[in-house]
Write a protein that binds this ligand. Sequence first.
Ligand SMILES: Nc1ncnc2c1ncn2[C@@H]1O[C@H](COP(=O)(O)OP(=O)(O)OP(=O)(O)O)[C@@H](O)[C@H]1O
Ligand SMILES: [Mg+2]
Length: 505
Amino acid sequence: MISLRQISKSFPGVQALADITFDVAKGELHAICGENGAGKSTLMKILSGVITDYEGELVVDSVRARFSGTRDAESAGISIIHQELNLVEQLSIAANIFLGRELRSRLGLRDDRLMQRASQALLKELECEFDPRTPAGLLRVGDQQLVEIAKALNINSRILIMDEPTSALTESEVARLYRVIARLRERGTTILYISHKMDEVFHLSDRITVLRDGMLIKTLATVESSAAEITHLMVGREIESLELDASEAAGPVVLEVRNLSLAWPGHARGFRLKDISFSLKQGEVLGIAGLMGAGRTELLECLFGAAALRPTGEMFLNGISYSPNHPEEARRAGLALVTEDRKRLGIFPAMDVGENLSICSLRNALRGGILNRRAEIASAQGMLEKLHVKAAGLSAAITSLSGGNQQKTIVGRWLLTRPTVLLLDDPTRGVDVGAKAELYRLIRALCRDGLGVIVTSSELPELLVLSDRILVLSEGRLAAEFVTSEVTQQHIMEAATRGWMTRPA
Ligand SMILES: Nc1ncnc2c1ncn2[C@@H]1O[C@H](COP(=O)(O)OP(=O)(O)OP(=O)(O)O)[C@@H](O)[C@H]1O
Ligand SMILES: [Mg+2]
């Protein structure tokens, strides 16, 4: 159905793709794998008309195609769900779904009611029940991702490109997406699927193409391959196992939270968080599990002084009463937060990589009250290397980095503040397997120096490798607490779905 022939693309200083040639058969689900910065998104942007300036040839349905833009690709039946979401936050869900192809009444007027009804039907196919009049900006990343999917479904594409569609979804939402994908495949939709998650790739795909450093390494049939083989092809070397050494005994309590509650005015439940109590020790990694909407992000926001409302309850940092009104107060007290929403609350798009790294730790580069640029650059450069961020240099635009490399930059920014408590909201979203292992190891090393870490993740296996203890939230309440070595995914899922009412004594 699609032939890519000798596709090459370079950006200033980077050869993003070199001589890529492969075919995609009609109706197949073709996975694209590769490390952060391998060129996956760039290739998909070429195929979907986002990038128009490249070398090589595309053949779609035996016709040579050169798309002049996304509209052009869409009329050829190709649409893309981007890795970085692209919704207009001020517009409603329905307006986003129909953006640029608004439905009109016979009089030529925009028919909002009709679009709302159609949106509702599409959302229903995705098994979600938002009011289509809700502004898209009010939705959390995972929900926004579903709206993006609805938008693509609306175009009725024959070829659908999904660039890391599950990176912000929790396990139950992934299951829902699988059902949607199965239905699309019944209709004969051809799907190109990018993911860093091997279990997904093996569950869904018919064939896999592996890219490394802009080159095509191999295309293989999924049934004849294995996750180990694919990761090996991706990184070109044996990757170290994700198993970490047992953590050291934790130190004294660094953060204590008592009866934390956060109101939710106007909502039937009345609260986003209710009576949450726990403590975090020095050198400990505390995982927070829960379904979407359970309150994981809200909890971290409260700890960081970033919640929309003031929470009630008490918090103590190193034994001293702590109630930040603003993230800056939290930062000064020694907290750091890596947000889940990289595009909106993470990167500073107008700044370069170096500035994005050092912006929260400039204080450390003061010499006699004056900013020492050389010290600033040295520490940013050090972090860039420590995290193996793939970038042309500190002066590269942050937006020119691949998704996973932007994520690593933001984690690096907060590590540079030398926090005492590090809050990580889904920190490895879109980070490749090798880099994940590096990040885990780095977090553990920091813990040995006394850092306390609270981490949420959309992937339970990640919480299981990384954390010492796991708290499970369900509908804003603490549903269970586990010592990681004594728990399985099954236990956590049960606690997360069972709710707080029947929590074990
Ligand atoms: N607009 C741009 N300007 C400059 N360089 C770019 C631009 N877009 C991508 N690149 C570079 O091209 C290379 C490939 O990037 P791409 O986004 O395709 O990677 P990816 O495989 O999708 O990675 P990830 O898994 O992190 O999303 C990277 O080195 C990236 O920095
Ligand atoms: Mg990408």
